[in-house]
Design a protein around this ligand. Sequence first.
Ligand code: HEM
Length: 462
Amino acid sequence: MPKDRFNLQLFSHLAMESMIMSVERQAVLARMRSGDLTLSNAEVLEAFKIDPHFDPYSVPLEELDPAHPALFANDTLWAHFERLRAEDPVHYTAESMVGPYWSVTKYNDIMYVDTHHELFSSQQRAGGIALGGQPREDEDPYALPMFIAEDPPKHDAQRRVITPLFIPRNLAELEPLIRERAGQILDKLPINQEFNWVREVSVELTGQMLATLFDVPQEDRMKLINWSDTVSNLGNPEYFDTPEQGFQELFQCLAYFTEYYNQRKTEPAKFDLISMLAHDPSTNNMTPQELLGNVLLLIVGGNDTTRNSITGGVLALNKHPREYEKLLQNPGLIPKMVPEIIRWQSPVAHMARTALQDTELGGKQIKKGDRLAMWYISGNRDEEAIDHANEFIIDRDNPRQHTAFGYGVHRCVGNRLAEMQLRVMWEEIMQRFSRIEVVGEPVYLPTSFIHGIKDLQVIIRA
Ligand code: HEM
């Protein structure tokens, strides 16, 4: 066959293939946009399959889609954000498995969006706080109304209910208990033997903490962990065939907490999250969906984030042996190291918003109704805002200058609790072990919402 005819055939084959792909994608997107939760997770991934190792500098800018879960599962996201920060800090992706969206990748722009809730809404009714979220009315059985996905004034009223639990005086009271639990967990670990740090340590500590905050039996902590994992993995085919299947688990969570909520309404008010929700006028009359939504917010908020910071710290220290040496020489650095670990890990990779009106951001025209992702994980690597942002430095000046907890009215309510848990954990680790050695490649979660590690094989040296 003449060469030019061969090329033509190859070209038309490729064009046809990309057209078929595009039709497939359009069908998948249409079903997603209609809020269809019976769509197979594997089918979605197949329709949007990419080579996660492709060089982001080798394609036209407009093809960059940093929300693709494969980039997170393979830890290949960094160069994508590096290019966007340098060449297109407020970037539009027209076609993706989460629909069209803007990426906000620089520190100052992220702070601008996060502190202008009158321009950029968190409401679930407009799409909510994670890319791919569909607008759902509160009455929809699959809606999960929660105060993180509300705007003021409702947001403020509900947030105020649980804030007292996180004030410094209460955290100081909790500290001895966390220290005791951390010690017990660490004392049970095998020495000179390989195991998964995530399961044995990070999950255990955060699970116990959650059961304490809700004042439910410690034996039930794995239920809480399971429901938290369900939320993070609704779209993950390794967990569920369809999101709808994941929701069946969440309805069990609702049944579990409805009992406690109703029971605590009849008892004198006490200082746990369920009792606080059950007694305050802003939250004592929640619909089942709203109760489930707010409980899940507290479970996921307090679990995935801290869990991944505990794991991320072990990994970061192993990848930066000079920093590990500094810590071994001077454990007094722990309070400074903790916010650096949180910045480095950025466990919440993004929070999404919906534009409430036409507006301008970084020279780009954002239209009313457009979806935006504030990429905290990218803002935390922005060299123009943070000195040596791409280096892990456990004794850096001003370590709390990072985007990982967000800003504005939604700034993380549990930030000091998270820091305290991490500080106590590291203090107890340093009391016991000379080193935690990472001995396997980390296995990352395939999601662009939580930057998480599900498996980290380690060996502890006494
Ligand atoms: C290292 C650990 C943590 C990180 C990185 C983290 C990160 C975040 C981020 C990024 C937000 C949204 C901020 C925004 O939209 O501006 C948030 C909100 C929230 N976090 Fe955390 N979080 C952590 C630990 C915790 C803990 C331990 C709890 C407590 C149980 C918690 C409870 C919440 C709640 C309830 C909200 C919603 C606040 C609101 O909408 O007003 N978080 N967190």
